[in-house]
Design a protein around this ligand. Structure first.
Ligand SMILES: *Cc1c(COP(=O)(O)O)cnc(C)c1O
Length: 393
């Protein structure tokens, strides 16, 4: 057995990030300034988006996107139940109503067929908020078509999808064929494919990004860097009751270094996912994740699904057995409609979204990050194989 615990998703940082932060600390400007502007330009150039706005979290990006698209009280927003809670919280936070939907059994992404049914039942829906779960993009051709037909905005939760692509193009680039209003939200939380400690990025058309920029910093017409630099004016105008969601230059300096490493990071993630799939797809007790034709998976998370009827132990015990073999594992995610706030507020029962409820019960995420070496990957494979062998029916 391993002599150290294999953490599920530690950040991949080295001296380059340390030096970048030290340089900014010594520069005399530590909040939103030139590093953030550079990070936004480099990010949007990499993705191929018209504009980009750096923020202090992925949740902030989602919140600001909804505000900038004018979603508010009286509106409803369709999204998936199988996501992190903040995807849905932001809908409540702008005063709108979330309409949860079930997921596709293959990808576990928002199912366009369920979205179409929800749109028939809820005429107040103004936007759809798909989540590219685990890094596998949603069926965006179908979702953009529904959005065009029902005149909806599309806000993508791309917290896992850096970098990823669907049949229409790169996630985060403007690729709606139908003139649908769009915004795309990335997260740079500590566990994500690119980290700034905490952080996020909104990409989209330049006009939306400028509106979101005002929303993100007190509703002020100009940022502090513009006001305090030489020749800057003390005068500002407040045009909206905006938020305080700006990214600092300290975070952007980390982000710029991480952006330079992203190609290598994703190459390693793909290698590890392929190694897991090669080794585990032969086991009858587990189901491995897939990448559909025409899609590029970002492999943020590697979700194994247990065939519990072929095992003598529960999912909780399976994770405990991995932990006993010093392998960290997780579950992504507890369906939002199971959570007390949403369950009680909207009267949801687990069976309302049967695919999500059923698949959630058998999900186990394996460790996946670029810092795993080949021995670590072999240890994860050995541990899963061993637990299955010890507890198969
Ligand atoms: C991480 C995450 C978020 C939120 O990002 P933060 O940067 O932590 O605010 C939103 N949605 C999903 C699916 C996530 O995994």
């Amino acid at each position: 057995m391993r002599d150290t615990f294999l953490a599920f998703a530690p950040p991949c940082l080295d001296d380059a990030e340390v030096e970048a932060v030290a340089r900014v600390l010594r520069s005399g400007w530590i909040t939103t300034g030139p590093e953030v502007a550079r990070f936004e330009s480099a990010f949007s150039a990499g993705i191929g988006s018209e504009g980009a706005l750096a923020l202090n979290s992925g949740t902030a990006a989602l919140h600001v996107a909804l505000a900038a698209l004018g979603i508010g009280p009286g509106d409803a927003v369709v999204t998936t139940t199988l996501t992190f809670c903040s995807t849905v919280h932001v809908i409540e936070q702008v005063g709108a109503r979330p309409v949860l939907c079930d997921v596709d059994p293959v990808t576990l992404n928002l199912d366009p067929r369920r979205v179409a049914e929800a749109l028939d039942r809820h005429p107040d829906v103004r936007a759809v908020l798909p989540v590219h779960l685990y890094g596998h993009p949603c069926d965006m051709p179908a979702l953009f078509e529904l959005a065009a037909r029902h005149r909806l905005a599309v806000i993508e939760d791309a917290a896992h999808a850096l970098p990823a692509a669907d049949p229409l193009g790169i996630v985060g680039a403007e690729r709606s064929p139908s003139g649908v209003p769009t915004a795309c939200c990335f997260s740079f939380y500590a566990t994500k494919n690119l980290t700034t400690g905490e952080g996020g990025m909104l990409t989209g058309p330049a006009q939306l990004i400028e509106r979101a920029r005002t929303w993100s910093l007190h509703g002020m017409s100009r940022d502090a860097y513009g006001r305090y630099e030489e020749g800057g004016s003390w005068h500002y105008e407040v045009t909206l009751p905006g938020f305080k969601y700006n990214m600092t230059d300290l975070q952007a300096a980390i982000g710029l270094v991480q952006l330079g490493k992203l190609d290598g990071f994703v190459r390693r993630r793909r290698e590890i996912a392929a190694a897991y799939t090669r080794a585990l797809s032969g086991l009858d007790q587990v189901q491995v994740p897939v990448q559909l034709d025409g899609y590029e998976h970002a492999w943020h998370i590697y979700p194994l699904r247990l065939h519990l009827d072929r095992l003598r132990i529960s999912r909780a015990r399976f994770i405990a057995e991995l932990s006993a073999r010093r392998i960290g594992a997780g579950v992504h995610f507890i369906p939002v409609h199971h959570q007390p706030y949403y369950r009680d507020r909207y009267g949801y029962a687990p069976g309302d979204f049967p695919v999500a409820a059923r698949e959630y019960e058998r999900l186990v995420s394996l460790p996946l990050h670029p810092g795993l070496d080949d021995d670590d990957v072999a240890d994860v494979i050995d541990a899963v194989t061993d637990v299955v062998a010890a507890h198969r029916r």
